[in-house]
Design a protein around this ligand. Structure first.
Ligand code: NAD
Ligand code: IPM
Ligand code: MN
Length: 358
């Protein structure tokens, strides 16, 4: 199989973990006789420094021409005081919008050997396996651009959705639930927000098309509590952009570290941009200690969802599991009697397993 992959390393630990992803994909292509070609482009803070924009046109163009995109992370203190149009995060939101990546899939699964790495009780975490389906190109992050303002005295951010935007993410969530444990929790704030009322209406309308899926509505504050007191309650969660952002960082506590969570940002076809849930981690950037597993697991999602290479995806996931079973871990995870390794060593361990077991 021939595939063109665009790499957007970004800032902070982004380039460090993108290197790991590339090493894993090179091992996969070698072992399975695929041809993956890589093209690297700028986004975020480094693009601001070099091109005066967080999202150069060339980057967008290259992504449009690619079979899939891998993104590290953007942002950092260097650009935190910039005006909003010159913030690294604007580049990330821009590429998601330009590529119409409305569905962000964030699977969260406790690895057996990391149960004790979570601050939550083992019996609470054990067996939890959920998928957050986060709307990614609308809601509070985008609102109505003409209404967004800040004159120093008053500020406006709006939460806007068209019915069609809600319909497509809700359908995606029902489809995901259908091939999982068939339970969908729609998370909203319908006791306060108009947008949530329409969201509920759409979920109620769509559920007739998926009779096997049980549906519940849950207010977001309650969902935040239940996520860490009873995570096994959940199978698929579907929710608005900002709610999904916050709940997924919270859910990472189930796995022991934010450095473990992958994600897939999908269009309506098989095209996707694959990105870890974590950010650029400026506090550890350059130290060679970042956990590359969220990024590596994101490449597994790419192999599965965009390239339909299920065996290859499973092998990458198995490699990660094997390394954790052997108690290797990066500094962000506390593992009893574990062996602490850096980014490069962790990557090599994953690559070695792939080469031995392909
Ligand atoms: P962060 O996710 O970068 O870091 C939060 C904490 O988790 C830090 O202590 C960090 O060291 C740790 N951490 C995160 N990923 C890790 C990994 N792979 N290995 C080990 N430890 C890891 O969030 P933040 O500190 O709130 O934000 C820092 C910058 O990242 C900000 O500029 C923010 O806008 C940006 N950000 C970008 C993305 C993205 O590009 N997708 C996502 C979130 C935050
Ligand atoms: C994420 C990040 C981004 C988001 C930021 C950096 C814009 O937190 O991917 O979760 O909020 O979507
Ligand atoms: Mn986030």
């Amino acid at each position: 199989m021939n595939k063109k992959i665009v790499l957007l390393p970004g800032d902070g630990i982004g380039p460090e973990v993108i290197q790991s992803a590339q090493a894993v994909l090179e091992a996969i292509s070698e072992e399975f006789k695929h041809t993956f070609t890589f093209e690297t482009h700028s986004i975020g803070g480094n693009a601001i420094d070099e091109y005066d924009t967080p999202l150069p046109d060339e980057t967008t163009k290259a992504c449009h021409q690619a079979d899939a995109v891998l993104l590290g992370a953007v942002g950092g203190p260097k650009w935190d005081q910039n005006p909003s149009h010159l913030r690294p995060e604007k580049g990330l939101l821009g590429i998601r919008k330009a590529l119409d990546l409305f569905a962000n899939l964030r699977p969260i699964q406790g690895f057996d050997n990391l149960l004790h790495a979570s601050p939550l009780k083992e019996e609470v975490v054990k067996g939890s396996d959920l998928l957050i389906v986060r709307e990614l190109t609308g809601g509070l992050y985008f609102g109505t651009p003409s209404e967004r303002r800040n004159n120093g005295q008053s500020v406006v951010d709006t939460l806007a959705y068209d019915r069609s935007e809600i319909e497509r993410i809700v359908e995606k969530a029902f489809e995901s639930a259908q091939i999982r444990r068939k339970h969908l929790t729609s998370v909203d704030k319908a006791n306060v927000l108009e947008s949530s009322k329409l969201w509920r209406e759409v979920v109620e309308e769509k559920k007739a098309n998926y009779p096997e899926v049980t549906v519940e509505h849950m207010l977001v504050d309650n969902a935040a509590m239940k996520l860490i007191t009873d995570p096994k309650h959940f199978d698929v969660i579907v929710t608005e952009n900002m709610f999904g952002d916050i709940l997924s960082d919270e859910a990472s506590v189930l796995t022991g570290s934010l450095g473990m969570l992958p994600s897939a940002s999908m269009r309506s076809d098989d095209f996707g941009l694959y990105e870890p849930v974590h950010g650029s981690a400026p506090d550890i950037a350059g130290l060679g200690i970042a956990n590359p597993l969220a990024m590596i697991l994101s490449t597994a999602l790419m192999l599965r969802h965009s390239f339909h290479l299920e065996n290859e995806a499973v092998l990458v996931e198995k490699a990660v599991e094997d390394v954790l079973d052997r108690k290797f871990h990066t500094a962000d995870l506390s593992v009893i009697n574990g062996q602490k390794v850096g980014t490069e060593k962790m990557t090599n361990l994953v690559v070695d397993y792939i080469k031995k077991n392909a």
